[in-house]
Design a protein around this ligand. Structure first.
Ligand SMILES: *Cc1c(COP(=O)(O)O)cnc(C)c1O
Length: 346
């Protein structure tokens, strides 16, 4: 494995800063399973308030937030409507089926965003033969869509449709704060369109571990049972929650730098031979681009970049993804683009 200096593979590659580690080591802690960890309780309250929900629940990962939420919203045999690129559908090892017993009805959105009409069209006719359509799940921002922001009006129309048809709405807000900073819309306004929502602390916010799920008091009571059942209940979790509180204080506004760096990267590579990319689609910190017309396939390009200590992900044979974050600065982005140019020109 070559030593990677500039890692654009994912915003999960961030490492806790010295100041974050200091906050972690000085956090007051207790047993979270008996409600005695003050730092975890503070983080849960902070995120519940941020998202305008009654209660929050600290989880080891965003994946567990999704699995627990689906299990609370749905019964086995139910169907959840989600985009065809969704994390729940493609990147959770079949968890929705294995854990909640639900099927994912995949909707072909535009860069990860579907309309209320599309979602309504995916609702099953209520027949003995069909699964019960129970939930709509939206991803803010849409990861595989290229960090696409769901416009507030689209979320509102999906929510209105869902409520009128007796469906719940779940928001996978792994990168919700990226949307908040890029669009200037309050997190609680986005989250108001969903019954349950969560944010990831270990993506752009820079924590080593953790996510927080939020919803009504009753919803969180049930989600706690799933957290316990899945082995996600912790003990002195305040050590981890402290990183989350630190991140919400210090690492939210700065997401704007990641967005500027992603736009810069897109602008620097858009005219390179073999690259197909519309820079206007770069809305947050993710740049997905096509290399079908390039001299090399995506895995080979990724390999050559890695030989130069730079990592960009190959999502498929001809698709690549670069993700900016707090451990890559503007100089790093410029260097990565220059190396990509050298590889494609060769
Ligand atoms: C990363 C991610 C998840 C899962 O979060 P983890 O904390 O890695 O488990 C879920 N949804 C989306 C959109 C993600 O990007």
């Amino acid at each position: 494995m070559p030593d990677i200096r500039i890692d654009l593979y994912s915003d999960t590659k961030t490492r806790p800063s010295a100041a974050m580690l200091a906050a972690m080591t000085s956090a007051p802690v207790g047993d979270e399973q008996t409600g005695e960890d003050p730092t975890t309780l503070a983080l849960e309250e902070r995120v519940a308030d941020l998202l305008g929900k009654e209660a929050g629940l600290f989880m080891p990962s965003g994946t567990m937030c999704n699995e627990a939420a689906l299990a609370v919203h749905c019964r086995p045999g139910d169907e959840v409507i989600a985009d065809e690129t969704s994390h729940i559908g493609g990147f959770e090892s079949g968890g929705p089926a294995a854990i909640a017993g639900v099927m994912v009805r995949a909707v072909p959105g535009v860069r990860g965003v579907f309309s209320a009409e599309q979602a309504e069209g995916a609702i099953r006719l209520p027949m003995r033969h069909t699964p019960n359509s129970r939930l709509v799940s939206v991803e803010q921002t849409a990861n595989l869509g290229g960090g696409t922001i769901w416009p507030l009006e689209t979320l509102q129309s999906v929510a209105q449709m869902a409520r009128s048809r007796d469906l719940g709405v779940h928001m996978d807000g792994a990168r919700l704060m990226n949307a908040v900073i890029a669009a200037g819309v309050a997190a609680r306004d986005y989250a108001a369109t969903a019954d349950s929502a969560w944010i990831d602390l270990s993506k752009g916010l820079g924590c080593p571990v953790g996510a927080v799920l939020a919803g009504s008091k009753d919803f969180i009571t049930e989600a706690w049972r799933w957290k316990q059942r899945l082995g996600g209940a912790m003990r002195q979790s305040g050590v981890l929650a402290a990183a989350g509180l630190y991140a919400l204080e210090h690492n939210v506004e700065r997401l704007a730098e990641d967005h500027a760096n992603a736009k810069l990267f897109a602008d620097l590579v858009v005219d390179l031979p073999g690259i197909a990319l519309d820079p206007a689609t770069v809305e947050t910190n993710i740049v997905v681009f096509d290399v079908a017309a390039a001299n090399l396939g995506a895995p080979e390009i990724a390999e050559r970049l890695a030989a130069a200590s730079i990592r960009v992900g190959a999502l498929g044979a001809a698709t690549m993804r670069a993700v900016t974050h707090l451990d890559v600065d503007e100089a790093g982005v410029r260097e990565a683009a220059a190396e990509l140019a050298a590889i494609l020109d060769a």
